[in-house]
Design a protein around this ligand. Structure first.
Ligand SMILES: *Cc1c(COP(=O)(O)O)cnc(C)c1O
Length: 357
């Protein structure tokens, strides 16, 4: 066994809905702990899968060519800038596997998505955590810049950030890029960018041509509602992408997942509808927390991060009535995925009751 994994705290996947139902004796569980899409999946995905020729006896297209060309065209990228993964998860792992050796340093804001640090630790790299501004939830850019040393191989930025939901402007990210050595790779995980207001002006895709040490990551699991199909990708300079290409498993993306992602990507109308509905419900949560005097960070995602004194008690109260949310990031903080309107009504009522008690 590698020395680096002896004391590792691994990622905790969601308990299955069936298990939670059995444990709490509930008929219905609404899982709002993993930022899955409560509006489902584009009907075009089901249609495409039913029309698939079921040629599952053949290996999938190793290059995911159709999907690759769709995405490259949409974002004005060259197809050789893209690497696909079995979920963005696989890309996060592949990045660390490709670029890190023991002793390297990796800079991450804190809190952020835990998988960046996990994979760095597996490779024996040192993780340098830079606390976010506790008041605003924004990155402390000057501390981030200071944390970057000669040993820093990777800097992870999650934008908008998970679990805070806070978004950084493209201008701030660009200013940071201008401070970072050109051999430090800056990774911008845009898993939730689809949900941001003015997402086209916030995404870092347009910076790729200017910064060969920048990479932008996206997933089909959230706004596209394909979490069960496992498709994500990274866009980066072709010179770097070629190394990832050499290391990834040749047939990683199953044919049926490629078909699902192609159909989902072609149906931007569905994504726009999801984003619009989420925006309305997200605002309701922020208004609710304002009314209740609950501290939260302004969300540009499909979840909201907020502070309550008895966070375990509230999480239990919600779960006992069928609403599973996420705890365990920072003491006193909880994260709710933004659910359907009727479920949000229920959750707000439970929360209000709990906070009054
Ligand atoms: C959900 C999530 C991912 C992983 O998504 P998959 O494509 O489902 O593996 C990556 N980054 C962040 C920040 C996420 O929240």
């Amino acid at each position: 066994m590698k020395e680096s994994i002896k004391h590792l705290k691994s990622y905790e996947p969601e308990t299955s809905v069936e298990e939670v139902k059995a444990e709490y004796h509930l008929d219905r569980i609404v899982r709002l702990s993993a930022n899955e899409n409560p509006y489902g999946t584009s009907p075009k995905v089901k249609e495409a899968i039913l029309n698939w020729g079921f040629d599952g006896n053949y290996y999938p297209d190793s290059e995911s060519k159709v999907l690759r060309n769709q995405i490259a065209n949409y974002w004005s990228l060259s197809p050789d800038q893209l690497i696909f993964g079995v979920g963005l998860d696989e890309i996060l792992e592949l990045i660390s596997r490709t670029f890190l050796t023991p002793g390297d340093e990796v800079v991450v804001p804190d809190p952020t998505f835990s998988e960046y640090a996990l994979h760095a630790e597996i490779e024996g790299a040192k993780v340098v955590k830079v606390p976010i501004n506790a008041e605003t939830g924004h990155n402390d850019w000057s501390a981030m810049t200071k944390a970057v040393t000669q040993q820093t191989k990777l800097v992870w930025l999650c934008n908008p950030n998970n679990p805070t939901g806070v978004i950084e402007s493209r201008a701030d990210i660009q200013a940071f890029l201008d401070q970072v050595p050109s051999d430090t790779l800056v990774l911008v995980d845009e898993a939730y960018m689809d949900f941001a207001d003015g997402a086209q002006d916030m995404t870092c895709f347009p910076l790729l041509s200017q910064y060969p040490n920048l990479a932008v990551l996206r997933t089909f699991s959230k706004a596209y509602g394909l979490a069960g199909f496992r498709v994500g990708f990274i866009a980066m300079a072709p010179q770097l992408a070629q190394y990832m290409q050499m290391i990834r498993l040749p047939y990683n993306i199953p044919t049926v997942s490629q078909i699902a992602a192609q159909a989902a990507f072609a149906d931007q109308v569905f994504v726009d509808q999801v984003v619009a509905k989420n925006r309305v419900e997200r605002q309701r949560w922020m208004d609710f927390f304002d009314q209740m005097g609950v501290k939260y960070f302004p969300s540009q995602t499909n979840f909201i991060y907020y502070r309550v004194d008895d966070e375990q008690g509230l999480a239990e109260a919600l779960l006992s009535q069928g609403y599973q949310i996420r705890r365990g990031f920072q003491t006193h903080w909880l994260r709710n995925t933004i659910g359907l309107s009727a479920d949000n009504d229920q959750m707000m009522a439970i929360t209000k009751e709990f906070l009054k008690a």
